[in-house]
Design a protein around this ligand. Sequence first.
Ligand SMILES: [Zn+2]
Length: 252
Amino acid sequence: MEHTFGNNTWPQIKAALEADAPVVAILPCGATEAHGRHLPLNTDVIISDGMAAYALPALEEAGVVAFMLPSLPYAPAEYAAEFAGTLSVSAEAAAGVIFDIARGLKAQGFACLALANSHFDPANVQMLREVTGRIETELQLPVAFPDFTRRKLAQTLTDEFKSGACHAGQYETSLVMASRPELVDEPARQASNDNPASLTDAFAKGAKTFEEAGGPQAYFGYPRAATPDEGVQTYETLAAALVEAIRAKLPA
Ligand SMILES: [Zn+2]
């Protein structure tokens, strides 16, 4: 068995579902969105894939069979819509895809859908909360969704993350440096001066674009302070929360 869902054949998936252990499908949720001048559009997909990958060994140890579904690279991302390369889809469209994936998982006998999300646009987080509720009530499929914008989980993350200056800054740049360093434009990172503007404060005050929020280059925070070591540490924190959320949804 391969943890990457799409690399398995259908008989391999069938065998996993027929065995005794509960089978979990992890859907990494990202976006295709501008992330400063130095990080790729795919940043949130890379981070969500990494969160899922770091969670796999702990799940295996706990006797949980888990697969990583192909990641979802489209999400509501209107704040970044003015930047070339951002492809924002409606909350309704994204929720429809997630709901339909859940319907398929339920019909096939999966025990749980886990959402590994790192795209914190409020419209995306709201959509994920709502679709989680709909899947659990309408399909009776448990959904593990560690929501890092909730205070309890946010407190486990870095100071920059908690400050709200957290888009393509030290936090996300460290994560990409840890897993896909070749995709970081290093001269552009070094040229990205500190931008302490808090994106979450700006959202709360009604800003509708990164520019209005004080991020004319589509980044907030401190890209120059990023390190691969911080990225690895953060992956471990993200993965631990994902594992805990999954275990809470499975029969003891
Ligand atoms: Zn991001």
